[in-house]
Ligand binder design. Structure first.
Ligand SMILES: *Cc1c(COP(=O)(O)O)cnc(C)c1O
Length: 397
């Protein structure tokens, strides 16, 4: 007999472009750290959909903020003011480095905006080159893709946009050597997500800040994945005692509503003059209301502290696991709840086995398991997840 699950999957096979490898699971519902599929199976979600669902699924504050806003106004064109967009920009600015915001709908668009602002700002001097890092990920549209220094994502889409120079991550000297008279910025993730949870060292990020000041380059930080409390501070750069000139956000900014933002130092932001850039849906009241609720929830529920605490606890337990499986686990590394478990072999089949046992994790860069629970995760969820992972490792050893 054909089930609802079968007919949904059939629709995809017939009508949806097959550009994703999908699990044969139809998700229907989420609450907190759990997801349910169309057969009623429950999954413990310790991945949060690439760190989008940082407050867990369908957090009541986000649900009610959306519910309130949806009855008032869903969309308004950006030739008018709306209360929510202004209030959200204020929250982002006051919790970061006092910049001004441009709103869009995704991470790649936030990075496109950063690249365009950087170019237009330096256009009088004809400087346009941006240095980016090996194993970076900045998105799939052509400029962000060109900034992404991973050949596998470029394959088949050449020619890339001109003006990006790639250097190894955590190598300050390489940046200095790559600068020429056309260079205007350095762009990186303080903690690389898709590249395998690679953490910028203190000396490196501080050194980059000084180098950028010295050579009059902008420092652009892509915090699309590592921002919004993931690391135990609002933004990962806040662990380094520096500030960027431009920062990009998306993923968890709306806890699942589509929203991205570029934040720029006020004296740069003005270069994006009327007519130079825009987004139809960017900063719409619905998405902004959800994002405001995200900030309020982080504050009211003390989620930055919880992320730090649960991050420490997770690292402890995962390091203990690593000691038990020295043949499989090479290293556990992370900041707050942005944690990577580097394996000595491929990790996709391990992730699949965990899913079969009701635990959602992710594998990136072939052999790095990403462990990114929601910021409001409790010890008991971490314990339950790591117990499942431990059981799977027994078989995997
Ligand atoms: C996911 C991601 C992006 C792209 O975001 P989309 O919303 O998928 O366009 C950009 N940068 C980083 C660091 C990301 O993790």
């Amino acid at each position: 007999m054909k089930t609802d699950t079968d007919s949904t999957i059939e629709n995809f096979k017939k009508y949806v472009i097959p550009n994703y490898i999908r699990n044969p699971v139809v998700l229907t519902r989420g609450k907190g750290v759990y997801l349910w599929d169309s057969d009623g199976r429950r999954y413990l979600d310790l991945f949060s959909g690439w760190a989008v669902s940082n407050l867990g699924h369908c957090h009541p504050r986000v649900v009610s903020a959306i519910g309130r806003q949806v009855k008032l106004l869903i969309h308004a064109p950006n030739v008018f003011y709306t209360e929510a967009q202004g209030a959200l920009a204020k929250l982002i600015s006051n919790n970061s480095f006092g910049g001004q915001c441009f709103f869009c709908n995704s991470g790649t668009e936030a990075n496109e905006a950063a690249i365009k602002l950087t170019r237009i700002h330096h256009s009088p001097q004809e400087r346009y080159k941006i240095i980016t890092m090996h194993n970076s990920f900045h998105g799939r549209t052509m400029a962000s893709l060109s900034a992404t220094a991973q050949p596998k994502y470029h394959k088949g889409f050449s020619p890339m946009l001109e003006g990006f120079t790639f250097v190894p991550f955590n190598d300050l000297d390489a940046v200095r050597k790559a600068v020429d008279d056309k260079t205007c910025a350095v762009m990186l993730e303080p903690i690389q997500g898709e590249g395998g949870i690679n953490i910028a060292s203190q000396e490196y990020l501080k050194g980059l800040r000084s180098l950028c000041d010295e050579l009059r380059l902008l420092l652009i930080l892509d915090e699309v994945q590592c921002g919004m409390g993931r690391t135990g501070k609002y933004f990962a750069y806040q662990h380094y005692g520096i500030t960027p000139d431009i920062m990009t956000l998306a993923k968890s900014l709306g806890n699942g509503t589509a929203i991205g933002a570029m934040v720029a130092r006020v004296d740069l932001a003005g270069s994006l003059v009327p007519g130079s850039h825009a987004s139809t849906f960017g900063g719409n009241p619905l998405a902004c209301a959800a994002s405001i609720a995200v900030f309020e929830t982080i504050e009211r529920e003390g989620l930055l502290d919880n992320a730090s605490e649960m991050g420490r606890y997770s690292m402890e337990r995962l390091n203990a696991l690593a000691e038990g499986f020295p043949n499989v686990i090479k290293e556990v590394r992370g900041v707050g709840l942005m944690i990577g478990i580097e394996l000595k072999k491929e990790g996709a089949s391990l992730v699949k086995k965990c899913m079969d046992k009701g635990l959602l994790l992710n594998c990136t860069h072939e052999n790095v398991i990403r462990f990114m629970p929601p910021l409001n995760v409790k010890k008991k969820h971490i314990d339950a997840g790591i117990d499942i992972l431990g059981g799977v490792l027994e078989e995997y050893n």
